[in-house]
Design a protein around this ligand. Sequence first.
Ligand SMILES: Cc1ncc(COP(=O)(O)O)c(C=O)c1O
Length: 411
Amino acid sequence: MRPSRRDWLRTGMHALAAPIIMTSNASSYSIDEIEERLALGSGIEGVTKQDLPTPSLLLDLDGLEANLRRMAEHAKAASLDLRPHAKTHKCSEVARRQVSLGALGVCVATIREAEAIAAAGIGGLLLTSEAVGPNKIHRVVRLAAQQPDTMVVIDNPDNAAELDAAAAAAKLQLHALVDIDPLGRRTGIPPGPAAVQLAETIDRLSNLRLRGVHGYCGASSHVKGFRARKEHSERYMEPVLESFAAMRRKGLPAEIMSGASTGTYNIDSALDGMTELQVGSYAVMDVDYRIIGGKGGEVYDDFHNALHVLATVISKNHDDIATVDAGLKAFATDRDFGPEVARPAGLTYAFRGDEHGALTLADAEQEIVLGDKVELVVPHCDPNVNLYDRMYCVRGDAVQAVWKVDARGHI
Ligand SMILES: Cc1ncc(COP(=O)(O)O)c(C=O)c1O
């Protein structure tokens, strides 16, 4: 007999594992029930993908672990430090695993991410967006008081002076990198004499501690074809690295040269002067990266797709089409392509509105029935993770943990 919800929440799972597995097709625990069970310390052993509410975000632990290991081994072999970007996963559980495999810490894109990751006890934070204005400056200095190795990036002398004054008021040294813009015209000072001059300015300020250069060439990361991507990255990173070298020639304390993306990790690692990689998407991957092409072929498959949206077939009234409960609200829609169906094979997906998606069957004989579960590779991982409060961590069919996306949110 299937246990009552109350029994399931309160009792140890060992006794209940078998019934739940046996009846898992009919089960439908809510998010609150699963979280209540975790809060009671009862674990979620016995829960399978079939039991999960949909749409929900799945994190495949085998894929994640293989990805984290592969990048850690790459960095080690290239004698580079690794400070992966947590903007991708926004999850301190993932960050903790990256650090346990040798990362110095993690990069963060927002103060909110920095605060959440620091609250989980993880240091070595590099905030890769400028901290401008009293709110951000106050919070970054407060963070540095808790985690003294926190680093900021700076692309403007006035901002440097303000950060210095705030650090002086808090009686601390704030670690800083000059943010140099390879191409993106997003943040960063152009490479060359202006960048070196800014480094000198930072170095003169008594409560800022110059550590080196931040140079992230986002424009290179998704250039299609490995050779074209290599040429692109080498061309635009060269002036950044030259500025870094000029800082060193002047005797400035420039020990860190941080940059690279998942698309260029095996390109930028060979650039003269790089000291650390700030790769992000490799941890979970997405359609956006699969299609750029890898060193060995048309599909970029150095890393596994570890992030899927789980959906349920809720309507099937046509031979060739089935409707699932995951639509525009379940995916980031910033790309001009949608998700790809990972499982079951032979299906393609198209958006059918806010809450719905249409699966087209390659073969009308393919059996798809109401209640079937479908796993979809997300189009773009970073903004997709940001839509969900939690990730269900799975191995095969079994749900092994639920991790909060604890660094999500906009402030
Ligand atoms: C500043 C910065 N560094 C590193 C990354 C990581 O790039 P990727 O996720 O392509 O590895 C990003 C991603 O947007 C970024 O904005």
